[in-house]
Write a protein of this length. Structure first.
Length: 348
């Protein structure tokens, strides 16, 4: 006998639970790649477990960070090149953690879309797993939200959450002093900040994402989707070697606003803009918009993705260590007794 129900399902409303289950099954191998000491339980439960003692900590302080990829996602969506934005997501979180002196331990992601496309979602999350592998943290959980009516067809959004730890008393910044040397670590391009302006400048140029890149091989869209560089292993190696007093991740606000964040109020920095090579992408962007040097410096990383303030007597050794770890390092400047950022030389 019929109960009179019309048989409407959740799938009829635009949410496909089976697709979500298929995605979880597909990404399990990627998540397994990220397993590290301390992981007790990962994907599948209502929560993920992590053992700090199992990770080797005696008296730990937890450090947490959250971030997204911003409007760089628009380029990924428009071009279909979504494989690197997961690395961006991890980098934006874990590069912040290491500035506190913390080792990233685990990562969780939030992926939201109007209609779940299993292959696209898997490629994104596999990129997240790759970022976790490169930075030594475990992907132990996340949320996939299919929300019809909230996002236009094909659109999605990402957020990431990283938790790290350090032994009590080892937090940074600490002991920053006048005369400390600033070591700048080269970026891999624009990273994940300033893309609302990037997109406007590309529009002004009249070029499409599939146009030949004006400063490199391949397409313009692919070049601008180069993933954010991960500095975790290299920066932690320098911290553990001794002599690092502060680290600044050069994100939104550029060089002129991020370096002062790690300095005592009574101190500032002098920067030599001629000390580091400026990647051609920034010259191209500046020309498209006729941008002032000051605007470039407070918007983009301008070729420097991480800055370390180090003891002058340790600068040579730490530069050598970082170069051995694969970094391109420049002597960017020094800490001064005058608040603010002053710079000499020319950016472009």
């Amino acid at each position: 006998m019929s109960d009179g129900k019309n048989g409407v399902t959740y799938a009829d409303a635009g949410v496909d639970i089976d697709a979500g289950n298929a995605l979880v099954d597909r990404i399990k191998p990627a998540a397994k790649r990220t397993t590290r000491s301390g992981v007790m339980a990962g994907l599948g439960g209502f929560g993920a477990l992590f053992d700090l003692k199992g990770a080797g900590y005696v008296d730990p302080i937890l450090v947490a960070a959250t971030d997204g990829v911003g409007t760089k996602l628009r380029i990924a969506i428009d071009t279909g090149n979504v494989d690197g934005v997961g690395i961006d997501l991890v980098a934006m979180c874990v590069n912040d953690l290491v500035c506190q002196g913390a080792e990233p331990l685990f990562f969780l992601d939030y992926f939201a879309t109007g209609k779940l496309e299993t292959d696209k979602a898997a490629r994104i999350i596999e990129g997240i797993a790759e970022g976790c592998v490169r930075s030594g943290c475990a992907l132990i959980g996340g949320e996939t939200a299919e929300m019809p009516g909230m996002y236009p067809e094909g659109d999605f959004d990402l957020a990431g959450f990283a938790v790290g730890a350090m032994e009590r008393g080892s937090d940074l910044p600490a002991d920053v002093a006048v005369g400390d040397v600033l070591l700048g670590l080269a970026s891999d391009g624009v990273h994940s900040n300033g893309y609302s302006l990037v997109r406007k400048l590309v529009e002004m140029s009249g070029l499409e994402w599939e146009a030949d890149c004006p400063w490199s091989q391949g397409t313009l869209g692919a070049a601008l989707l180069t993933p954010t560089r991960l500095y975790v292993r290299q920066a932690l190696a320098a911290v553990r070697a001794g002599g690092v007093h502060a680290l600044a991740h050069i994100t939104g606000g550029g060089l002129t606003e991020n370096i002062p964040r790690v300095l005592p109020e009574e101190m500032g920095v002098e920067i030599d803009l001629n000390s580091c090579e400026i990647p051609p992408v920034f010259s191209w962007l500046a020309v498209q918009g006729g941008m002032a040097e000051s605007e470039m410096l407070k918007t983009f990383n301008c070729g420097i993705g991480m800055v370390l303030a180090v003891s002058a007597d340790r600068a040579d050794a730490l530069q050598s260590l970082l170069e051995t770890e694969g970094e391109t390092v420049c002597r960017l400047g020094q800490v001064t007794g005058t608040p603010g950022v002053s710079y000499s030389g020319a950016l472009l």
